[in-house]
Structures are given as C-alpha cells and as structure tokens.
Write a protein that binds this ligand. Structure first.
Ligand SMILES: [Zn+2]
Length: 376
C-alpha cells in the first residue's frame, strides 16, 4: 500500500500519518525528516542538499527524488509507505509518478485531508502547545481542563508565533495554488480520496482508516482480477496454441491430401496417357490403313501432276523420263491396238472360214483350197 498524504497546513495530516504508520505498519516517508537525516549522515545526496540549504536555496527536486528512491527501495518499504510532505506541486507529482513507476511501485492512494478554511483558521489560531512536554491542545476542539495549563504535566501552554491569521492566510494560499493542483492530478488518475479533517482526531482517523481499507480491498481485488486475467490469458494462449496446432495439422493433412490427389491425378494421367498412346497407336494404325489408298491417290495425283507437267512442258525442254513414259504408253497403246486389230482380223478370218466352209459344202473348189492351206 503506497500512500501519498495531502493536506492543508493545520489539517492535522502529520498526526494522522503517525496513526496510520502505527496501524498499518508502514514506514512514514517524510521528505523534510529524510533531508535532515541525509544531511546529518553526510550521504552523497545529503551533502548535495546541504550545499543548497547553506546557500539559502531550495533543495532541488532531483535530490529529493533521489532520497525518496533510496528510501522506498529499503526492505521495510516493500509492503508500502506513507509519503508525507511531497509532492508539493504538479511537477513534483509527475516526477514522483515517473520514479515510482520505473521502480514498479506506483502509488495506490492519494489521501487528502480536507479542511474548511474557517475550521482551519480556528484550529490554527486555537492551537496551544505545552512548553514542558510538547502536548498539543486546541482551545476550540481539545481545550485543556484548566486554561493555559497542561493536563499531563501542568506545564505552561503556548500559542505558536506563526499561528496567527496572517501567516495562516499565506500558507493557505500556497496550498491552494500549489497542492490543490496535485490533488486534481491524482483525481484524474482515480487515486484521490478525500477525508474531512474536521472534528475529533479519532473520528478523522476512523474515516481515513476506512478509505485505506477500501483501497486495500480494491488492490486485493485488482490483484485477484490480475490473477484471473493472467489465468484467462494463459487459457487463451493455450487455446490459441492448440488451435494453431490444429490448424497446422489440418494444413499438413491438406497438403498430404493434395499430394495424394496429385499422385492420383498423375497416375490417372499416366493411365490416360497410356490410353491415349494406345488410341494414338490405333489411330496411327487406322491412318496407315487409310493411308494406303491415300498413297495410291497420291500416286494418281503424282501421275496427273506428271501429265500436267508434260503437257505444260511440251513447248519447253521435255523431261526424258516423261518422254520415255509417253513413248512407252504410246507403244503399249500401239501394241494393244495391233493386238486388237489382230484379234479383229482373226475374228473376221474365222468368220470367213465358217463362211468358206459353208461355201465348200456347196462348192468342191473350196475343199481344194482348204486342203491346200493344211498342206502349208
Ligand atoms: Zn505538558
């Protein structure tokens, strides 16, 4: 639980801080105290702070933040701390946020002890302190039994010099112009809780404790929510992993299926090719068969072409082969003609013979002629 206490001067926030430290066992980190300690110890940061203080300058935010960092990283601050007196302005608030975030220890709560100005003035103006034991009284809220006398030790009570209305007015103005923007800053972050610092110290503390308990419970819830969120994230991650694995598997199967399909298709193709080849062979065979008449036709076409060529070359140089062919053809034709003539002649001769025989039967002279032919 990391708390920043905010409060106007006289709000009693110092008193409340001490009570919170006791109850929640959290170290109080008061920048004023720490600076004094650092200077007294002579630590590097303390020496730097001393130089500024000796020169009458404000200790830089850098030094204060360095001291805060050193303090909040101590083991006793592991569970948290109550920061009091810092930040006093917006710039310091932002720097503190940066530092605590970088340390992984962001603030959980900014607790503002709000006080009505009238009530504040009454409180400050009515404040009395025992000169002997330091016990504090307020003539308005917590007056001593005997006016001006300490209940504890009977010592004299004193009104602090700076507790007059003028100085109180100045301090309030500083608070309003510088610290209220800080409260606004934490409000925007949703970290600001306000407790009215009016009334009995114990009542104010009750109210403050309630706020702290609320925030603590919220942190627990948030932590639980974080745990649940983490669990869900883990679940989702494993789910996504499984889904990814399933996807991969499916993709693998797909590839395998594709490969198988491709193989099948390839084998089908091979079969098809084989079938095609067979078909081609068949076709070729058919073509061959068909080609024979085609070849014959081609031959005829060639012959015709030759004839044409011969005809067209009649006037030009004749091809000897064509001539020969033509000559051969002519010879053949002539022979055929001759044979045909001979055949015709024989026929006519035979007819003549028949006629002659008929004539011989009629004329003996014809018989003599026939005999003469036989003798030859
Ligand atoms: Zn006293």
């Amino acid at each position: 639980m990391r708390i920043v206490l905010l409060g106007a001067p006289g709000s009693g926030k110092g008193t409340q801080a001490k009570l919170l430290v006791e109850k929640y066992k959290l170290p109080q980190i008061s920048t004023g105290d720490m600076l004094r300690d650092a200077v007294a110890e002579g630590s590097p940061l303390g020496r730097q702070a001393k130089v500024a203080m000796d020169a009458g300058q404000l200790v830089s935010d850098e030094i204060v933040l360095g001291i805060i960092q050193e303090r909040v990283t101590r083991p006793d601050a592991r569970k948290g701390f109550i920061l009091d007196g810092f930040p006093r302005n917006l710039q310091q608030a932002e720097a503190l946020d940066q530092l605590l975030t970088s340390l992984g220890r962001p603030l959980n709560l900014s607790l503002l002890v709000a006080v009505d100005v009238d009530a504040l003035i009454q409180r400050l103006v009515g404040r009395r302190t025992c000169l002997s034991c330091g016990q504090m009284y307020n003539v308005y809220y917590a007056p001593p039994h005997i006016e001006g006398r300490c209940d504890e030790c009977g010592g004299r009570l004193r009104h602090r010099g700076d507790d007059n209305e003028e100085t109180i007015g100045n301090r309030l103005r500083v608070f309003e112009t510088h610290t209220l923007p800080v409260a606004e800053y934490y409000k925007e972050q949703g970290k600001l809780r306000t407790v009215q610092g009016v009334g009995e110290i114990s009542d104010i503390f009750k109210a403050m404790s309630k706020v702290v308990e609320d925030v603590k419970a919220n942190i627990k819830n948030e932590t639980r929510t974080d745990a649940i969120r983490a669990a869900f994230a883990k679940h989702r991650a494993s789910k996504a992993e499984k889904a990814a694995a399933a996807k991969k598997d499916a993709a693998k199967k797909k590839v395998t299926a594709k490969k198988a399909a491709t193989k099948k298709a390839a084998s089908k193709k091979v079969v098809k090719k084989a079938v095609k080849k067979k078909a081609v062979v068949k076709k070729k065979a058919v073509k061959k068969v068909a080609a024979k008449p085609a070849i014959a036709k081609k031959k005829v076409v060639k012959k015709k072409a030759v004839k044409k060529a011969v005809k067209s070359k009649v006037t030009g140089k004749k091809k000897p082969v064509a001539k020969k062919k033509v000559t051969a053809k002519k010879k053949v034709t002539a022979k055929k003609k001759v044979t045909a003539k001979k055949g015709a002649a024989k026929k006519t001769t035979r007819n003549k013979v028949v006629r002659k025989k008929v004539a011989v039967k009629k004329k003996p002279a014809a018989k003599k002629k026939k005999a003469a032919r036989r003798k030859r």
